[in-house]
Design a protein around this ligand. Sequence first.
Ligand code: PLP
Length: 222
Amino acid sequence: MAAAPSHPAAAYHDVLARIARAAQAAGRAPADVTLVAVSKQQPWEAVEPVLAAGQTVFGENRVQEAMARWEGKAQGLELHLIGPLQTNKAKEAVAFFDVIESLDREKLARVLAEEMQKQGRAPRLYVQVNTGEEPQKAGVLPADADAFLAACRGAYGLAIEGLMCIPPVDEPPGPHFALLRKIAARNGLAKLSMGMSDDFETAIRFGATSVRVGSAVFGARG
Ligand SMILES: *Cc1c(COP(=O)(O)O)cnc(C)c1O
């Protein structure tokens, strides 16, 4: 894990600079990579300076925790759900989040489609792929991704914006990023949410269009 930055605003600017350098090194425009600042489990004292420094895109992994932190403050912000979503929280997730990155099963696709219809709200959706095929991890298996995407689009009428993955902690992430990119390409998806504090520069080299960075921006989680 990255060391706790002495000041979140300084760490935030450092991460932005590293994103820009990694993009340029890959022949890409820095503006083509979005920083999703992962504020989960962070005290407000750590989040506030980053918000004040101009960050507008934040990631959270729990619906209730996100609502408690951002309710009444979400105006002008873009909030991403990056953690597993239970169907019994789908209603709140659709009402609250701008982007849901953890779509990974048909039951959830069906419930999200129903809620979006009911609420007249359409959060942008990413399908999470379990590239490491880890039993404890959420996400569709790589071999099932094409069929799942077809079902989301066909049976449930969902527009899918991109793919998300969390590589195994004990493996080099590059092959996982490459696999996600390949699955996206053959399914006509341009957006890739991949890369965290320890590997976001590698992810950018492999084509990440958004990186989800928590501890490198805000410090170690409590
Ligand atoms: C916590 C989390 C992150 C951020 O992790 P850091 O290592 O703190 O950058 C990114 N993505 C997901 C899905 C997470 O749960």
